[in-house]
Design a protein around this ligand. Structure first.
Ligand code: ADP
Ligand code: MG
Length: 245
């Protein structure tokens, strides 16, 4: 079964068709890349997938359930998580406290209002930090973390919500090339063992072609190619877009 099925999605801003009749599916535990030049419509797609903006027409089903028409909070609760380009951690809190906060908010959504008491979800938080290779930094204040470590912490925070689908908008932006490949390798491992499906945008073509299971290519609002890295690399329309001809 597909995790997400997107059909005939359209969004215009004034006269501009930012997303024009886009259809695709995201397979279960798939790592799917969405690429394309600036202004192609990638972020607009992401914003519709998490309910931040509503499409003019089209359908987005998460394991069969329609999410078009649902506000972001509902879409999040249904299991669509998102990491952001701008880091959203609390800088004066420790690494551990940030993950505990995320777990608390997740469990609050699942059950009634839980009071916050220090120490809650420590083992669960530590397991997540361990999973992203951050256990040794659990006691550090987030504000003192290196950029690459902050990105791994963000991944742990996103996972605290037990998403079924995780949207990652340029997860490796601002990282050194070696760190980028490490973060994507870690993401690919987690996708497989936690059963999460990931859609990500990325500028670094080494990351995209080295790690994505499949690649979607957008240009001027339209989906112009979809396939395996080898298929997309051989696509003449894609080559033309990236060579600017
Ligand atoms: P990408 O993420 O691929 O760079 P975007 O989805 O951000 O592309 O943008 C697609 C097009 O839609 C661009 O031409 C952009 O200027 C336009 N656009 C995006 N958001 C808005 C908005 N809120 N209002 C008007 N135009 C927008
Ligand atoms: Mg964008």
């Amino acid at each position: 079964m597909s995790a997400l099925v997107v059909e005939a999605l359209c969004k215009s801003f004034g006269g501009l068709r930012a997303v024009d009749d886009v259809s695709f599916s995201l397979g279960e535990t798939e790592l799917l890349a969405l690429i394309g030049p600036n202004g192609a419509g990638k972020s607009t797609c992401f914003n519709m997938l998490n309910g931040q903006i509503q499409p003019d027409v089209g359908s987005i089903r998460l394991y069969g359930d329609e999410i078009v028409g649902c506000p972001p909070r509902t879409v999040w609760r249904m299991g669509v998580g998102r990491t952001f380009q701008i880091t959203a951690t609390f800088s004066s809190m420790t690494v551990m406290e940030n993950v505990q906060m995320a777990l608390l908010s997740h469990h609050r959504r699942l059950r009634a209002l839980l009071p916050f008491a220090g120490g809650q979800y420590r083992d669960e938080a530590m397991a997540l930090l361990d999973r992203v290779g951050m256990a040794s930094q659990a006691g550090r204040a987030c504000g003192t973390l290196a950029y690459g470590d902050l990105k791994r912490l963000e991944l742990a925070i996103a996972l605290a919500n037990e998403p079924r689908v995780l949207l990652m908008d340029e997860p490796t932006a601002g990282m050194a090339p070696r760190e980028r490949l490490q973060l994507m390798r870690l993401t690919a491992d987690i996708v497989r063992d936690k059963g999460v499906s990931v859609l990500f945008t990325e500028h670094d073509m080494d990351v995209v072609f080295g790690h994505a299971d499949r690649i979607l290519v957008m240009n001027r609002g339209r989906l112009v190619a979809a396939g395996s890295p080898a298929e997309v690399r051989a696509n003449t329309e894609v080559q033309a877009i990236y060579l600017g001809s």
